[in-house]
Design a protein around this ligand. Structure first.
Ligand SMILES: NC(=O)c1ccc[n+]([C@@H]2O[C@H](COP(=O)([O-])OP(=O)(O)OC[C@H]3O[C@@H](n4cnc5c(N)ncnc54)[C@H](OP(=O)(O)O)[C@@H]3O)[C@@H](O)[C@H]2O)c1
Length: 229
């Protein structure tokens, strides 16, 4: 059994991922506002990645992989965002991931074929109105994925998943009526919105040894949105 860290296992994609991994591995999962109890193969711990020096004392000495799930989707016209909005979003989506990865590197290097999974968005490489904030942070995550994959090869693999809209609490305001769900579904070539399991399945694969020859990639899991007109 391997040891995985899922930062943000109390909601959405991280919740689906930690449940999937726990079927055959140990998972250290973290929550922030929504406390989750430990359950079979999963030990659950409080973590706020925005703390200057988060308490990582719960982490195991050796890690086979980690997924960093905290994110945000704030949509507004560019002119209405303030500089501080960009800084705050960057701290959650990018600096938080950097802090976690830097802390976990020694543990990841102790395992063979360890793997990091980060999350971008379809909107990092395809332009959408009102997405300047999230696209800026996720563009940085895609850059980080490439740079770290180079720097950490051949010891640690680094990949990223770029989902389109997925039915999680994060996307609640965009999906809180049947009409919104249907309208969003129709924007995708596959005429569906994503489920947490759609994304978690790819994340679990990228964390597993089955993907041992894959690093430095950004995977679109988006109902065809980014590549089909
Ligand atoms: N859902 C979508 O439509 C969509 C689309 C494109 C990309 N993505 C990306 O996919 C990833 C997962 O998204 P999701 O929809 O599963 O999000 P989610 O449902 O909001 O879950 C986010 C997780 O991160 C944790 N978290 C939030 N702030 C934190 C903090 N300051 N410190 C530590 N943990 C924190 C949350 O903990 P608590 O719940 O305990 O507070 C929760 O477990 C994100 O990077 C997101 O940007 C999502």
């Amino acid at each position: 059994m391997k040891n995985y860290l899922v930062v943000g296992h109390s909601s959405g994609i991280g919740k689906a991922l930690s449940a999937k991994l726990a079927e055959s591995h140990y998972v250290t999962g973290t929550y922030y506002k929504n406390e989750v109890a430990s359950f079979q193969n999963v030990s659950s711990h409080y973590l706020n990645v925005l703390d200057e020096q988060p308490d990582f004392s719960f982490l195991p000495d050796k890690l086979d992989g980690l997924a960093y799930c905290p994110g945000a989707i704030q949509l507004k016209p560019f002119a209405r965002f303030k500089e501080d909005d960009f800084i705050a979003d960057f701290k959650l989506q990018v600096t938080g991931a950097i802090k976690v990865i830097q802390h976990c590197l020694p543990a990841l290097k102790k395992a063979e074929n360890s793997s990091i999974v980060l999350f971008s968005t379809v909107a990092a490489r395809l332009g959408f109105n009102f997405h300047s904030l999230v696209s800026t942070s996720k563009g940085a995550i895609e850059g980080l994925t490439k740079a770290l994959a180079a720097e950490l090869a051949p010891t640690v693999r680094v990949n990223c998943i770029a989902p389109s809209i997925t039915n999680t609490p994060l996307a609640y305001s965009l999906l809180n009526t049947q009409e919104k769900i249907e309208a969003n579904a129709q924007r995708h070539p596959l005429k569906k919105i994503g489920t947490p399991a759609d994304i978690a399945t790819m994340a679990a694969y990228l964390l597993s040894e089955e993907s041992q020859w894959i690093t430095g990639q950004i995977f679109s899991v988006d109902g065809g949105m980014s590549s089909i007109k």
